[in-house]
Design a protein around this ligand. Structure first.
Ligand SMILES: NC(=O)c1ccc[n+]([C@@H]2O[C@H](COP(=O)([O-])OP(=O)(O)OC[C@H]3O[C@@H](n4cnc5c(N)ncnc54)[C@H](O)[C@@H]3O)[C@@H](O)[C@H]2O)c1
Ligand SMILES: [Zn+2]
Length: 691
């Protein structure tokens, strides 16, 4: 809901209370916030300031006066023996945030200015949700959320699925020991979870906190168990029969000894200077941490002093959270660009009004794919939430519908937006298909020609199972393309020793070897060539089937989808993919240029003849050890050309074992099963039909 600037403070306070309560409900109860925290915090502070200036406006139901939250229907309610509070926040991300806290504590303890610096326990502020773990006689009996601070939800079943949380404490049998801590989701676990959701065409989570909260408050423990959660302990609830250490740092050490996970990034520091230093060190480390933090927490270390300081309404006076720049911010979506990845994948990218988020200024963020963009209903002109955390690329995680202008753009339509063409090479674009569902990914079909796909196309073409050009790896391809010596596959065959030797870190001898490897690769097979083209859906086996069926390249390139469907194991998806590929004039040109460069293979009747009689039809062979002249690949090709199958393991179904030097367990197994064992000569004889 838009918050306009009202005239009277009373109206403003009322509007803020309403807005904050609405968003607190979305956040705490539904686990589905539609505002970034930074925005919520701004409004919260405005209300606090207003209430401080006009105490008569303060109402008991103000969100500034209580911990918000509610027990979700479906969970039993648990009354906390000791209330679970919030922590006061210093949003001033500069050093003064720490200095203010230290000054306040010293004032409240009535310390003289010359009194020694105080000890503080400094910790990370984990961005997850608070959980109270109740251990009785050392055994976990109940786990509860914070709820409204007085009562929370009984989520014991779900919490039990978190492997890091001990079901029994090590070495402690106290009648009651309640441990408090944060359940969170690691960033990599979160990314994987969202990727799975995306692949399945399901809703993604806004951030790890949200995903963790959703998992903990999941009514189906089976689903909760599949969500990867982690835990850090940082405090206590009710305690009976256990002597609580005199300091907070001592308490954390004790919790670790009991087998509870305690974060190693913590420190015992002195005075404001120590706090400032910790804040800076952790700020520098923030992006490299495997989980999200939104700040650090400072706690007065001596328990006796904590008790003297006590509490105000919803927070202790002895602790404060000192924030870092937010990892989520609002900004305007100016436009949507479409980027072509190295495998031809088309990704919508948001062009944003520059915004400071996660410590840097961001003006581009990924929208992942068309389906997700539509599911989130992201449109040009919208106010969007941008997230940047760690080294993950910035992404648009949601839209603030309440701020959608009347003249907002149409729902996103990638095909329409591109006019059906790749923005880099103008080839047709196609949605990748698979058996389960039409995938969410659009791709450029000009794989051989598209400049965006050059490097990938060359690497694949040169691969061992394709043209097998030895020495043409990642780094060399990067260099060749980056300096502009090679811009497409045929360009490879124009490389000379001089050009190669001029490259960085390239000796004459290596250059010579590469030129020789290129020369050698010109004599190939149709199957290898086809596989090397990198047509989507055409793997090594399909390439072989196609080569066998059509005998020649021209017949294949001109084949209709119906004709392609006649090939063994080729279904409609594969047929369409091949047909679309050869329908791109640019792809065909590249193929012609490769042939002109001297690439050749046996075709047609010749190829069929060379294939020889299908003497091994229906036979399964296993290869082991090294053969004197044939490579494993060559032997496999010959066997398959004769209609045989090559399997990786010996069983009763194996017809022949072909054993070379240093044959090991497979040979022993074959002998044990009484199978026929051949050497290379025996294999060749078999292929000749001599046996
Ligand atoms: N986006 C929204 O719409 C929306 C709505 C409501 C609240 N919020 C966000 O929720 C937060 C509100 O504050 P709050 O009262 O829930 O609590 P809080 O998150 O600011 O602070 C208290 C909590 O900090 C956590 N914590 C993490 N590390 C800790 C440590 N080392 N020691 C002690 N506690 C630690 C605990 O879970 C504790 O409950 C703000 O960040 C606010 O932006 C957002
Ligand atoms: Zn393209």
């Amino acid at each position: 809901m838009p918050v306009s600037i009202p005239s009277a403070p009373a109206e403003r306070a009322q509007a803020l209370r309403q807005t904050l309560n609405h968003h607190a409900h979305l956040y705490y109860v539904l686990d589905a916030p539609t505002l970034p925290d930074a925005e919520y915090d701004r409004l919260f502070q405005e209300l606090q300031a207003l209430e401080a200036a006009h105490p008569e406006l303060l109402t008991p139901d103000s969100p500034t006066q209580r911990v918000i939250g509610k027990v979700l229907d479906g969970f039993a309610s648990v009354r906390h023996a000791v209330p679970m509070l919030s922590i006061r926040t210093e949003t001033d991300t500069e050093a003064s945030g720490a200095e203010n806290f230290d000054a306040r504590v010293r004032r409240e303890l009535e310390l003289a200015p010359e009194a020694a610096a105080l000890d503080y326990a400094a910790e990370l502020k984990f961005d997850g949700l608070a959980i109270n773990l109740r251990y009785e006689a050392g055994v976990l009996v109940c786990a509860a959320t914070r709820g409204d601070g007085e009562s929370g939800e009984d989520v014991t079943q779900n919490i039990r699925t978190i492997g890091q949380i001990p079901l029994r404490l090590a070495g402690v049998n106290a009648p009651v020991l309640e441990v408090r801590g944060e359940v969170y989701m690691r960033r990599d676990d979160f990314e994987r979870l969202n990727e799975r959701q995306r692949q399945a065409g399901e809703k993604t989570f806004v951030n790890p906190r949200n995903a963790a909260a959703g998992a903990v408050r999941q009514l189906d423990p089976g689903i909760a168990a599949q969500r990867p959660l982690s835990f850090f302990a940082y405090g206590l609830g009710e305690v009976q029969g256990w002597e609580v250490p005199a300091t907070h740092s001592g308490l954390l050490d004790a919790l670790a000894t009991m087998g509870l996970p305690v974060c190693a990034d913590r420190a015992l520091v002195q005075g404001a200077a120590g706090l400032v230093d910790f804040h800076q060190r952790m700020g520098a480390k923030r992006d490299a941490l495997p989980f999200d933090i939104d700040g650090v927490v400072y706690k007065v270390n001596e328990r006796a002093l904590q008790q003297r300081l006590g509490f105000v309404s919803r927070e202790p006076r002895w602790a404060v959270a000192h924030k870092y720049p937010a990892q989520e911010q609002l900004t305007l979506l100016l436009d949507i660009d479409i980027q072509v990845g190295r495998t031809g994948k088309l990704t919508p990218v948001a062009k944003l009004a520059p915004v400071f988020v996660g410590g840097t200024t961001v003006s581009n963020a990924t929208l992942h794919n068309e389906e997700e963009t539509r599911r989130k209903d992201v449109r040009i002109g919208d106010t969007v939430i941008v997230r940047r955390a760690g080294d993950v690329i910035p992404e648009v995680v949601g839209v603030v519908l309440e701020r959608r202008p009347a003249d907002v753009g149409e729902p996103f339509d990638l095909y329409k937006r591109l006019g059906g063409q790749c923005p880099v090479c103008q080839s047709e674009i196609a949605r990748e298909e698979n058996e389960a569902r039409v995938s969410v990914e659009w791709r450029c079909t000009g794989g051989l020609f598209c400049p965006a796909q050059r490097k990938q196309a060359i690497l694949h073409f040169a691969g061992r199972r394709a043209l097998d050009i030895e020495g043409l790896g990642d780094k060399l391809v990067d260099q060749l393309v980056d300096v502009g010596i090679v811009s497409s596959l045929p360009g490879l065959y124009k490389l000379g020793v001089a050009k190669l030797a001029a490259l960085d870190r390239m000796a004459d001898k290596s250059a010579q070897n590469i030129v020789e490897a290129l020369e050698k690769s010109k004599h190939t097979t149709l199957a290898r060539f086809l596989f090397g083209l990198g047509i989507r859906q055409v793997g090594e086996t399909t390439a072989k089937d196609l080569a066998r069926h059509f005998g020649g390249l021209d017949a294949l390139m001109d084949a209709s989808t119906e004709q392609l469907l006649e090939v063994k194991d080729v279904g409609p998806i594969v047929a369409r993919s091949i047909h679309t590929f050869f329908a791109q004039a640019h792809n065909r040109e590249v193929v012609e240029q490769l042939r002109a460069a001297g690439l050749s293979w046996e075709e047609g009747e010749g190829a069929a003849a060379a294939r020889g009689p299908q003497v091994l039809l229906g036979k399964t062979l296993v290869l082991t050890g090294s053969l004197p002249t044939l490579s494993r690949e060559q032997a496999k090709e010959m066997i398959e050309a004769a209609g045989g199958k090559v399997s990786g393991s010996v069983s009763k179904k194996t017809h022949f074992l072909v054993a070379g030097a240093e044959a090991g367990s497979k040979l022993a197994k074959a002998e044990e099963l009484g199978l026929a064992v051949l050497d290379e000569a025996g294999l060749l004889a078999l292929l000749q039909g001599d046996t």
